[in-house]
Design a protein around this ligand. Structure first.
Ligand SMILES: [Mg+2]
Length: 321
């Protein structure tokens, strides 16, 4: 059921728009909407934050910081202080500081090593079985031919570390901050995904423009967008997810906030009361958990919505002939 990223160019489910591809290839412009022979808005996207959502702690605390002998609390305090003092972006500051500290200690951490460190990242209970369980649920409940489920990761964390985790292959695509390893003496931030910057990737999923070399800003009519926001659920854990939750929900999609099991849920309650998320639940991804059940409820609604819109599309089509 899950459609994984095979390195091919991403295309919509049941894609039948070769004309559009040709137009884009020759002029660089987005295709005009074409009358499609099938209803093709059947791709559901579950989009996850990583740190605090799929994993209890920021990924650097399992990997990079122990490697260079840094105490996480002291490191983040220093990074935050520096960013405040310098008026610098907090993400660029931490990315730079990590390597400055490694260099000061004479420790070299290259791309391969970061990937290897990703194996030590802890995941919340049930995360590893979640993807198969949710895929199975959608397969059993779809009641419509051609429904596709994709999982995406949009994280301010480091792409290299995520690549080393056991769940990397579960994602159709991973958008995360990234280093340039060759160009400079110290690895240099190549892509930095901030809280608000995350929303760009939601629109990339929505518009099917996942190739980062392509601009996302060109207008695309709703009808031409392969993954409507109403087919999307965003999973996050806190304030850094507010822009993504707001964009998803304002455009007709859904958001779920998670908190550590049995621990402080006040941030989730705050998000829920402020209308940032549809549901919140402990970050327990095992089948039958509250998170599992609430996600399935939203999936039921999305699947029903797909059937309703497909029927309308059919009726509209037949009424024109
Ligand atoms: Mg987070």
């Amino acid at each position: 059921m899950t459609e994984r990223n095979t390195g091919r160019r991403h295309r919509a489910a049941n894609d039948d728009e070769p004309a559009g591809e040709a137009i884009r290839a020759t002029t660089g412009r987005q295709p005009r909407p074409v009358q499609r022979a099938i209803f093709d808005k059947k791709t559901i996207a579950l989009v996850y934050d990583f740190d605090g959502t799929l994993s209890p702690k920021p990924m650097q605390e399992y990997t990079f910081l122990p490697k260079i002998g840094e105490d996480p609390k002291a490191f983040w305090a220093e990074a935050n202080r520096l960013s405040r003092e310098q008026g610098a972006d907090p993400l660029i500051t931490y990315m730079h500081l990590m390597y400055r500290k490694a260099k000061a200690k004479g420790i070299r951490v290259d791309r391969e090593e970061l990937i290897a460190l990703g194996r030590d990242v802890e995941l919340y209970p049930g995360v590893e079985s979640w993807f198969d369980d949710i895929d199975e649920y959608v397969r059993l409940r779809a009641e419509s031919h051609g429904v596709t489920l994709r999982h995406y990761l949009v994280s301010s964390g480091l792409k290299e570390i995520i690549e080393g985790t056991r769940i990397r292959s579960r994602f159709h695509n991973v958008f995360a901050s990234e280093y340039w390893f060759d160009a400079y003496d110290l690895p240099y931030p190549k892509r930095v995904i901030t809280d608000t910057g995350k929303t760009q990737y939601l629109f990339r999923i929505n518009k099917g423009v996942e190739n980062l070399g392509e601009s996302i800003n060109e207008h695309m009519p709703e009808d031409a967008r392969p993954v409507p926001f109403s087919n999307m659920i965003y999973f996050g854990d806190g304030d850094t997810d507010v822009p993504s939750m707001a964009v998803t929900r304002k455009n007709g999609g859904y958001a779920i906030a998670v908190h550590p099991s049995g621990k402080n849920r006040s941030k989730c309650v705050e998000l829920f009361r402020a209308g940032r998320c549809d549901f919140f639940a402990p970050a327990d991804y095992r089948r039958g958990s509250d998170l599992f059940k609430r996600t399935c409820l939203l999936l039921d609604r999305i699947l029903a919505d797909i059937r309703v819109r497909e029927e309308m599309w059919r009726l509209d089509r037949s009424s024109r002939t």
